[in-house]
Design a protein around this ligand. Structure first.
Ligand code: NAP
Length: 232
């Protein structure tokens, strides 16, 4: 019998994370739907109607204890992890400028968007190694591209630049473990964060699922949208 493939998606109770969860469940993964509010996570999981392939769990990426608890549960229940999607993010601060940004907002953005992903990677890399073909997707944004960097959204943009740097470093460090890690921009997507007018959530999520489903020997340490490279 094929080994059960287990995935974790952070910030999955709404928006792009919820749709990534749905698409991975449809592909046959057992998916942990991470939500910092368990009630919201359970309600979201119920709406997906994919049965027991989705498990809602309380997961706040700024709270190490919730990460450790989930790691212990996955280790005991499954013994390994195949996929980590670091999707949770906050503070798309388009109303701010670097010149006079509220640095508390910048710190909060870094705590979730950078350190949240970093904490998750540190906790779960040992279990990803055990799967022999781990995949990590850091959900980034073109706002974190230095090539097109301009004014505005300082907290968000700096956090995504740093997340991209983390992707590069971890890719180099994990290459010999056959773990592929990439940054993915979902494009402008119509969610609470993206606002109206963006593309459908299904398309943004598919951009991420592409990097989950990369074959062995596929790209690592890259920055992609819809399977095509985005300039750093
Ligand atoms: N939408 C776009 O146009 C767009 C464009 C480029 C990149 N992205 C990226 O795509 C990803 C998803 O964005 P989205 O549009 O789906 O955003 P969203 O609708 O605002 O959803 C964000 C999710 O992250 C969760 N979250 C926030 N802080 C958390 C924490 N500390 N621990 C765990 N979960 C936390 C939220 O939970 P609560 O419900 O509890 O708040 C929510 O489930 C983000 O990384 C974003 O930067 C989005």
């Amino acid at each position: 019998m094929a080994q059960e493939r287990v995935a974790i998606v952070t910030g999955a109770n709404r928006g792009i994370g919820l749709e990534v969860t749905r698409q991975l469940a449809d592909l046959g993964y057992t998916v942990v739907l991470g939500s910092r509010d368990l009630g919201k996570g359970e309600a979201a999981a119920k709406k997906l109607k994919v049965g027991d392939r989705v498990m809602a769990r309380r997961l706040d990426v700024t709270e190490q204890s919730t990460i450790d608890r989930l790691r212990d549960e996955i280790a005991t229940t499954f013994g390994s992890l195949h996929v980590l999607v670091n999707n949770a993010a906050i503070h798309y601060d388009t109303w701010e400028n670097a010149v006079d940004a509220d640095l508390r907002t910048v710190q909060e953005a870094l705590d979730t968007n950078l350190f949240g992903a970093w904490r998750m990677c540190q906790a779960f890399i040992p279990l990803l190694r055990k799967s022999k073909r781990g995949r990590i997707v850091n959900v980034s944004s073109e706002a974190g591209s230095l090539a097109s960097m301009g004014a505005g959204a300082p907290a968000y943009a700096v956090s995504k630049v740093a997340l991209n740097a983390l992707t590069r470093m971890l890719a180099a460090e994990l290459r010999r473990d056959r773990i592929l890690i990439n940054s993915v921009c979902p494009g402008w997507v119509a969610t609470d964060m993206g606002g109206p007018g963006g593309r459908p959530v299904r398309e943004g999520a598919a951009s991420i699922v592409w990097a989950v489903e990369l074959p062995d020997g596929g790209p690592t340490g890259g920055f992609f949208r819809d399977g095509r490279p985005v300039p750093w």
